[in-house]
Ligand binder design. Structure first.
Ligand code: GAP
Length: 405
């Protein structure tokens, strides 16, 4: 029998969420490509994160910094010395190194960032000079990171390039415990709001001897993945390690104090979020048709929250060979997609199959245009999770759907 993980990977490939990287050339270990539905979902995850942690707050500054950074950054941050994995008896630095520039004596050694944090630290002074924020405040970004993992594995879980969502929150040293607790709670709220199964989340206090070189305290938010309980997110107290090593400090104009802020860092892997969401949302049941007690058909469906779902609504004409119904369905589709995106139109195959196809990709609602629509301008709206259908007037569709979302 197929395991849950095998089912998720095969659905993700077949329906266009995730494909193996460079597949037609035999693949490249540790790389996966997001197909149209996966890319929509990744976008939804990032958008929800950016809204919650950046643009809805007055104390957070979003940036987008360069992926390549020169060697000096990684010397100061400690990554050149410490960002290693033991391999065959020796230490192996997992940063990807390259050279920028063409002429031999003008090239610069660069590294692809293994974390976003250094982009926030090297711009600390720039943000202060432009915006004059008062402590506490944070600098956030979303972006791609690279790690030459020795053994990439478990689908999106351990890969060699991945999207991170991360911020550095600058506080006075005496306040670090308070803000550590504050951000722990905010991370918990994010997990619930996004639709990750909260029952599968466990907080792990990382033992002192396993802390990253920059951290004095770290909590891992672990998730019960099908392949075991593993790190989903991290929350670290980075002390003043980075700002001190970059020789940066802060001047409080009101109190006239000069000091090096301490840092609380919540970090969220976007790929691991998507994987945890696929696992949390994955469901199988037997849907009994309306008016019957048994005779249900087995189905797979993804119970995504609407703001995460890669398609929000599908529009179907009941029959393909009735021009009046097709015409009306196209009108409804044009109206709906202006307000609710992404929407899809599907007239291929019988209606039951079309519902199953949308269930399998997690589309929350399907609208069907039938003979009754031609009489009284009403349609049916079917709910993905219950399979129940509700009739409503065409003019109310967008309003009512937005209310459900
Ligand atoms: N700035 C802190 C930092 O980078 P980390 O625990 O090394 O901390 C942050 O990584 C997050 O990035 C992890 O919690 C995880 O979600 C994600 N992550 C780390 N390595 C990964 C990999 N090889 N593949 C996919 N995601 C990864």
């Amino acid at each position: 029998m197929e395991s849950k993980m095998e089912k998720i990977i095969s659905l993700a490939k077949r329906r266009g969420f995730i494909y193996p990287g460079s597949e037609i050339y035999g693949g490249l270990a540790g790389t996966w490509d997001y197909g149209p539905l996966g890319a929509n979902m990744l976008y939804n995850i990032k958008e929800a994160w950016w809204k919650k942690f950046v643009i809805s707050r007055d104390d957070m500054f979003g940036i987008a910094s360069s992926i390549m950074m020169p060697e000096q950054v990684w010397v100061a941050s400690g990554h050149l010395e410490h960002f290693t994995d033991p391999c065959e008896g020796k230490k192996f630095n997992t940063m990807f190194k390259s050279k920028a520039g063409a002429l031999k004596d003008e090239t610069t050694d660069v590294y692809l960032r293994p974390e976003l944090a250094q982009g926030m630290f090297v711009n600390f002074k720039n943000v202060i000079d432009s915006f004059h924020p008062r402590i506490p405040f944070g600098i956030a970004q979303i972006g791609r990171c690279f790690r030459n993992e020795i053994s990439p594995r478990d689908f999106l879980f351990r890969v060699r390039e991945f999207d991170l969502m991360e911020f550095e929150y600058f506080v006075r040293e005496k306040d670090w415990k308070k803000y550590f607790e504050y951000w722990k709670k905010e991370m918990r709220d994010w997990i619930k709001e996004t639709g990750i199964d909260n029952e599968k989340i466990h907080e792990l206090e990382v033992p002192k001897n396993e802390l990253a070189h920059y951290s004095k305290r770290t909590i891992d938010f672990q998730y019960d993945f099908p392949f075991g309980r593993k790190e989903l997110y991290g929350l670290a107290y980075r002390t003043d390690h980075d700002l001190k090593n970059h020789k940066l400090d802060y001047y409080d104009e009101e109190t006239k104090e000069k000091f090096i802020p301490h840092v609380i860092e919540p970090t969220f892997g976007a790929g691991r979020t998507l994987l945890a969401l696929l696992d949390s949302a994955f469901a199988e049941d037997e849907l009994v048709p309306p008016g019957r007690d048994e005779g249900g058909e087995k189905r797979v469906f993804l119970r995504f929250k609407p703001h995460i779902a890669p398609v929000k609504v599908a529009v179907f004409p009941l029959l393909k060979n009735k021009p009046d119904i097709i015409k009306k369905a196209k009108e409804v589709y044009d109206m709906v997609r202006k307000e609710i995106q992404p929407a899809v139109f599907d007239d291929n195959g019988n209606i039951g199959k079309r519902y199953r196809r949308q269930d399998e990709i997690g589309t929350p609602y399907c609208i069907t245009i039938d003979f009754e629509t031609l009489d009284n301008d009403t349609v049916t709206i079917r709910d993905r999770d219950t399979g129940k259908q509700e009739r409503m007037e065409i003019k109310d569709i967008c309003f009512k759907l937005r209310k459900k979302f």
